[in-house]
Design a protein around this ligand. Structure first.
Ligand SMILES: CC(C)(COP(=O)(O)OP(=O)(O)OC[C@H]1O[C@@H](n2cnc3c(N)ncnc32)[C@H](O)[C@@H]1OP(=O)(O)O)[C@@H](O)C(=O)NCCC(=O)NCCS
Length: 170
């Protein structure tokens, strides 16, 4: 498996992976499938172009034998004391437990560290026990911050963080 940053012309790949993830794991994300299907396809083209070259936003794609099979977003908040995040992490069910998720998060975290981040954050739905175990295994721990999930107001998500200077994730 390999991971590389999205290329500017990969909007349709982004749309395919994002809608597949929202269809397969709706409990994990603060956006719904309906949200993603309602936006113009050109939105995904614009997002791919931005995430291919921005210094604050990136998407990384997972490939197996040349086929896209997972993704993660990485971004730095547009605010004073901006925090760095990974989000929208998804690996296709057929290729889970092969460390593709780990590779995506590590490549995204390294990119964020290269942009100056000392810590990487992730919001994880409280009901997503697999997601929590996955992130904990990579050295993320709870910050104590919690909030209602965007698009699923009745669900709660928790903020996790990994300190990039620690060796725990190496
Ligand atoms: C979380 C996710 C990205 C992990 O991807 P992956 O490629 O299987 O991850 P890895 O192979 O790197 O690591 C797997 C580890 O995650 C945890 N894990 C993954 N799936 C699990 C499951 N069904 N049950 C329990 N633990 C699980 C375990 O610690 C596992 O280790 P193991 O394979 O030795 O048992 C994937 O399960 C997924 O896409 N889930 C749905 C979307 C999601 O929850 N995204 C995260 C949003 S915060």
């Amino acid at each position: 498996m390999t991971v590389s940053r999205i290329a500017a012309q990969q909007g349709s790949v982004l749309r395919e992976l994002r809608t597949a993830s929202l269809r397969e794991a709706p409990y994990a994300f603060g956006e719904t499938l309906e949200d993603a299907l309602l936006v113009e396809p050109s939105y995904f083209d614009e997002t791919a172009a931005l995430h291919a070259s921005s210094e604050k936003l990136a998407t990384f794609l997972l490939y197996t034998e040349g086929h896209p099979c997972g993704l993660v977003h990485a971004y730095i908040e547009d605010a004073p004391h901006a925090r760095a995040f990974v989000s929208a992490l998804w690996v296709a069910p057929a290729v889970r437990h092969l460390r593709g998720g780990e590779l995506l998060v590590n490549v995204a975290s390294q990119w964020l560290a290269g942009q100056g981040a000392a810590e990487v954050h992730a919001w994880i739905a409280d009901e997503n026990r697999t997601g929590m175990r996955f992130y904990e295994r990579l050295g993320f721990g709870p910050t104590g911050d919690r909030r209602a999930m965007p698009s699923h107001e009745e669900e709660v998500e928790s903020l996790y963080v990994r300190h990039m200077l620690s060796e725990r994730h190496a």
